[in-house]
Write a new protein. Structure first.
Ligand code: MEV
Length: 329
């Protein structure tokens, strides 16, 4: 029983407040963006999991031990496909094609979004799967890539919307918390700018870990500050205070800079965006490269984009994407 082809998509994400410290139990806020990755899965009769994406082509026999493909660029996709089938008690060769309209390795959650979309599409070849199960399997797949992920990327790519990742690991969509947040969500418009520098989340997370181990007191006080900024941001979002949210974004960038995950290019983009009229801006995700997220006035999007291209950078605008993972019939 089942179908021969299934398609699912998952959104990109941007962390607005609290990255890195969320790994150490501090709260964070992240949003889904209006860019998606699409996974098309088809059944094959060669007994292999085969994956094609911009990263290349991989082919492994079914039921391979994950350590046999640990150096494969698609290891988390292979694992995602295998675990979706395991959940539904199936063993079948599948081909997975990944197509994305946002870049990989740029802090926009491509790794979580590709695993979320793969799990949903492979599962719907054989049956159905809940969002909670997609999230759980995606987090397991993320562990293959990043060792110690907080789960925030998988949460946003699965559930969509504006998400608060609580201190106790609870995941909450802010619009489901109270109507003030639902109204506020429509007021937020972002510009995402690509620094052009590829980053590696695992390496940046390990760098922060080394910092935590070597300067415990300083790290603890930076973590406290991150929490305070995130909590203030919650109030500012609820009150639709765009100027304040922007200020807090830029403050969060300075904190991440102090943590050692920014660089001159990222600082320069933040500086230029704010100078050109954004409410605020910061690096998003692991840092070291990747993207900058800024809060903008919707009407200024076009002017800001052309200012950016005159500096040699590319970007796109987005509001909050409501939908998380979607399975297409
Ligand atoms: C990566 O998008 C966000 C980090 O906080 C790592 C994590 O939360 O797993 C840097």
């Amino acid at each position: 029983m089942g179908r021969n082809i299934a398609v699912a998509s998952a959104p990109a994400k941007a962390i607005l407040f609290g990255e890195h410290f969320v790994v150490y139990g501090k709260p964070a806020i992240a949003t889904a963006l209006k860019r998606r990755v699409r996974a098309t899965s088809t059944v094959n009769d060669v007994g292999k999991i085969r994956v094609r994406s911009v990263l290349g082509y991989s082919s492994v026999p079914l039921s391979s031990d994950p350590h046999l493909y640990e150096h494969d660029p698609h290891r988390h996709i292979i694992y995602s496909a295998a675990s979706a089938m395991r959940l539904l008690d199936r063993q079948q060769g599948v081909d997975v094609l990944l197509e994305s309209d946002f870049p990989y390795g740029m802090g926009l959650g491509a790794s979580a979004a590709t695993s979320v979309a793969t799990i949903a599409s492979v599962a719907s070849l054989f049956g159905s799967i809940s969002k909670d199960e997609v999230f759980k399997l995606s987090l397991e797949a993320e562990r293959l890539v990043h060792r110690n992920p907080s789960g925030i990327d998988s949460a946003v790519c699965t559930y969509g919307g504006l998400v608060l990742f609580n201190k106790d690991g609870r995941i909450e969509r802010l619009d489901e918390r109270c109507s003030d947040y639902s109204y506020a969500l429509h007021a937020l418009h972002f510009m995402v700018v690509n620094s052009g520098i590829m980053k590696d989340t695992g390496t940046m997370v390990m760098k922060v870990k080394a910092r935590e181990e070597s300067s415990k007191e300083e790290f603890a006080s930076l973590a406290e500050m991150s929490e305070v900024i995130t909590m203030h941001a919650l109030y500012a979002i609820r009150g639709r205070d765009l100027a304040r949210i922007g200020e807090l974004l830029t403050l969060n960038h300075m904190l991440l800079r102090r943590l050692g995950v920014s660089n001159d290019t990222l600082d320069t983009i933040v500086y230029r965006l704010v100078k050109d009229g954004a409410y605020g801006a910061k690096l998003t995700g692991a840092g070291g490269g990747g993207c900058i997220i800024s809060l903008i006035d919707d009407a200024k999007g076009t002017t800001l984009l052309s200012a950016l291209s005159s500096y040699g950078y590319e970007g796109f605008t987005s509001s909050i994407e409501d939908d998380g993972v979607i399975t297409l019939d």
